[in-house]
Design a protein around this ligand. Structure first.
Ligand SMILES: O=C(O)CCC(=O)C(=O)O
Ligand SMILES: [Fe+2]
Length: 226
C-alpha cells in the first residue's frame, strides 16, 4: 500500500511537473512520508516501538531520548535510483524496512560507527559486512554507522526509512570536548592514551622508589662510616 502511494506520488509529480523536495540530497527519487500526512503515525511508531529497542541497543547515541523524525520511501531499479553512496544518516537511530518488490542485489554495506572527525577513517575487518534486503524485513541501525547501498541490478526495490533523532543528544554533542564515547576510532585513541597515562604513572612511581633506595643507601653508608 505504501509502495502504491509512493508510485501515485511519483506519477503525480511527473504528470504535473511539480518540483518537490526529495528525502535527502543523495536521492533523485523517493518521497517524504510526512508530506503525505503520516507524521503522527510515524511519531507513534518511533515512540512506541523503536524507542524501547533503541534505549537498550543505542543508549550512547541518545537512543533513550528520540523525540523527532524524518520518514520517507526510497526506490531503486529501472527509472529510479541505482545505488546509494557511502554515508552516515542525519539521525541517531535509523529504521530501514524493505517494502518490496521483486529485485536483485541492492545489498546494504556497513563499515563501522564513526563521529564526524573520523568519517573517512579505515574500517577494521570486523566492521565490514553486507546486509541483504528481504521484503518484509527491517534493520535498525545507529545513524552514525557508515553505510551505503549497492546497485539494484534489476527489478524494483522500495524501502521505508525512519531517521529518528534526539534533540537532547544533539544539544549535548555541542559541549563534547574531544572524544565521542561511541566512535570506534575515538574509543581506540582513548584506550591508547589511557595506556600511556598508566605507563607514565608507573614510571613515576618507579623513579620515586629508586630515589628512596638511593637515599637509604646513602644513610647506611653514613652510619657505617661513623
Ligand atoms: O537503500 C537503502 O535501503 C539504504 C537507504 C539509506 O541508507 C538512507 O536512505 O539513508
Ligand atoms: Fe542511510
Amino acid at each position: 500500500m505504501l509502495v502504491d502511494e509512493a508510485e501515485n506520488f511519483e506519477n503525480w509529480v511527473r504528470e504535473t511537473g511539480t518540483r518537490i523536495l526529495r528525502p535527502n540530497t543523495m536521492n533523485a527519487y523517493g518521497s517524504v512520508l510526512d508530506d503525505f500526512g503520516m507524521e503522527r503515525m510515524l511519531d507513534k511508531l518511533m515512540k512506541d516501538y523503536i524507542l524501547p529497542m533503541s534505549t537498550i541497543f543505542f543508549p550512547e547515541v541518545g537512543g533513550a531520548t528520540l523525540d523527532y523524525h524524518h520518514g520517507y520511501v526510497v526506490e531503486y531499479g529501472t527509472n529510479r535510483d541505482d545505488h546509494l553512496d557511502f554515508h552516515v544518516d542525519d539521525s541517531e537511530v535509523t529504521l530501514n524496512v524493505c517494502l518490496g518488490e521483486l529485485f536483485t542485489s541492492g545489498e546494504m554495506f556497513f563499515r563501522g560507527v564513526r563521529c564526524d572527525k573520523h568519517l573517512d577513517s579505515e574500517s577494521e575487518s570486523g566492521e565490514i559486512y553486507n546486509y541483504s534486503q528481504v521484503p518484509g524485513r527491517a534493520v535498525l541501525h545507529c545513524g552514525y554507522h557508515r553505510h551505503g547501498a549497492l546497485s539494484t541490478t534489476s527489478g524494483h526495490r522500495a524501502n521505508m526509512l525512519l531517521w529518528c533523532r534526539s534533540s537532547v543528544f544533539r544539544e549535548m554533542r555541542k559541549y563534547e570536548r574531544n572524544a565521542s564515547s561511541w566512535c570506534r576510532v575515538c574509543q581506540k585513541k582513548r584506550k591508547k592514551s589511557n595506556v600511556v597515562l598508566l605507563y607514565n604513572v608507573l614510571l613515576h612511581r618507579l623513579i620515586q622508589v629508586v630515589h628512596v633506595f638511593h637515599r637509604l643507601n646513602l644513610a647506611v653508608h653514613e652510619m657505617l662510616k661513623s
